[in-house]
Design a protein around this ligand. Structure first.
Ligand SMILES: Cc1cc2nc3c(=O)[nH]c(=O)nc-3n(C[C@H](O)[C@H](O)[C@H](O)COP(=O)(O)O)c2cc1C
Length: 391
């Protein structure tokens, strides 16, 4: 079974990520992992932190000579900013004047709920872990899941569908998404250049007015075989697993599978993906669809079309023109705390969405095909593909 967890605080020494259940013999290209980490750090509207951190995965266990060995993989991501924070985090000893307290909780952040829950007098340790710095660890693990999926012919990428009121309305083809991941400079990761300029203007407006802006990313998993996930039990449904995984990302407040939101307001005759047959489409047992409103999942099972998941990202809650709050100590009205912050994170959230989608699909694939070594997994997968072709 594929399992993973992360540890580490935003300004602690390092992030740690552990992934267990990857078969032995998978080639792990450290540069490919670092490239994913780089992609998460990009995007127009990011804050100063991204200039300090240049994430690089340090493999501590589970990978030897560039190959997995079947035991848990652990990865360390150093926090370069740590050296600037060693005296700033509250400790029992030390100079309280140097502690960077979060004196008034930010509406929309975890500050207040976390301080109440853990009985902290202020919110520093809340945001240290609630912060989306943690998503870097998930992206590192997702990069390994992507390498495994690639062995099965599956690729996972994302693009930005909306920033603020600038929203792409038309479906975007896989062929238009692929080149985005190869760009050397990421602006807003949108496949439509004119719309990308409108998105940039939305970020500029937020920057000018001390505000922030959210949006929508879309993750597409290409060439997913029919048959991952199952309707047999509620928690094994692929759509439910993907929804939980993508929703678990910081800032994501809604998840959509395919055109799930739009179809809720349309007649059934207009939205369901009709079924055709073409002997040429062998990898899907010959069955074809004219469109993919279902996002590649029916009854909690992948149906052979691309799996499409959207994440709806709320605007960042740290504002240069802060909202009203209350001082933790005096309980008097106060402006919400401000510290260096991103203004728009939709492309980065999309990269983290890719990671969560890849980890979910990899888990479902390993459940279906099994295998302690990559050769065994691939052999089982090919046997299943033959079954589909001969269906
Ligand atoms: C890639 C990424 C970067 C983020 N950067 C910031 C940031 O710089 N400042 C901030 O206040 N929130 C940032 N967030 C959002 C917060 O982490 C998030 O709103 C907070 O932890 C509360 O969790 P929730 O929004 O899921 O309820 C970021 C989110 C993502 C996905």
């Amino acid at each position: 079974m594929l399992r993973y967890c992360t540890a580490g605080e935003s300004h602690g020494e390092a992030l740690v990520a552990v992934l267990s259940g990857i078969p032995a013999g998978l080639a792990v290209d450290a540069a490919a992992v670092d490239h994913e980490l780089w992609r998460r750090q990009q995007g127009y509207g990011r804050g100063g932190r991204m200039k300090i951190e240049r994430d690089a995965a340090h493999f501590v266990s589970g990978v030897r000579n560039g190959q997995t060995i079947g035991s848990p993989i652990s990865i360390l991501l150093e926090n370069k900013d740590w050296k600037n924070w060693q005296e700033a985090l509250p400790v029992a000893q030390g100079d309280p004047e140097r502690h960077r307290r979060v004196a008034s909780p930010r509406p929309g952040h975890a500050d207040l709920a976390g301080a109440l829950k853990y009985n902290f007098p202020e919110a520093r340790y809340v945001l240290e872990r609630a912060s989306a710095r943690e998503s870097a660890a998930r992206v590192a693990l997702g990069a390994i899941a992507k390498l495994l999926l690639r062995e099965l012919g599956v690729e996972v990428l994302s693009h930005v569908v909306g920033v603020g009121s600038a929203v792409v309305q038309e479906a975007v083809e896989w062929e238009a998404i692929v080149p985005l991941a190869q760009r050397e400079e990421v602006v807003l990761n949108c496949a439509d250049p004119a719309m990308e300029q409108r998105m940039k203007a939305e970020v500029d407006q937020a920057l000018r007015s001390g505000d922030s802006v959210g949006g929508i990313f879309e993750v597409v998993a290409h060439a997913v075989p029919a048959g991952l996930g199952t309707y047999a039990n509620w928690d094994e449904r692929l759509d439910a697993q993907l929804a939980a995984a993508v929703m678990s990302l910081q800032s994501v407040k809604a998840v959509e599978i395919g055109r799930g939101i739009a179809v809720a307001g349309s007649p059934g005759s207009k939205v369901h993906d009709e079924i055709g047959f073409s002997p040429g489409a062998r990898d899907r047992a010959g069955f074809t669809r004219p469109h993919n409103h279902a996002g590649g999942i029916e009854g909690g099972v992948s149906n052979g079309e691309d799996v499409v998941v959207r994440g709806y990202v709320k605007p960042i809650s740290t504002l240069r023109r802060p909202l009203a709050s209350v001082d933790f100590t005096t309980r008097e009205p106060a402006k919400a705390a401000y510290e260096r912050s991103d203004v728009c994170v939709v492309p980065a959230a999309g990269v983290a969405g890719e990671a969560m989608t890849a980890l979910t699909l990899a888990r479902c694939a390993l459940e279906k095909f099994g295998g302690d070594s990559l050769g065994e997994t691939v052999r089982n997968f090919k046997g299943y593909c033959r079954q589909l072709q001969e269906y």
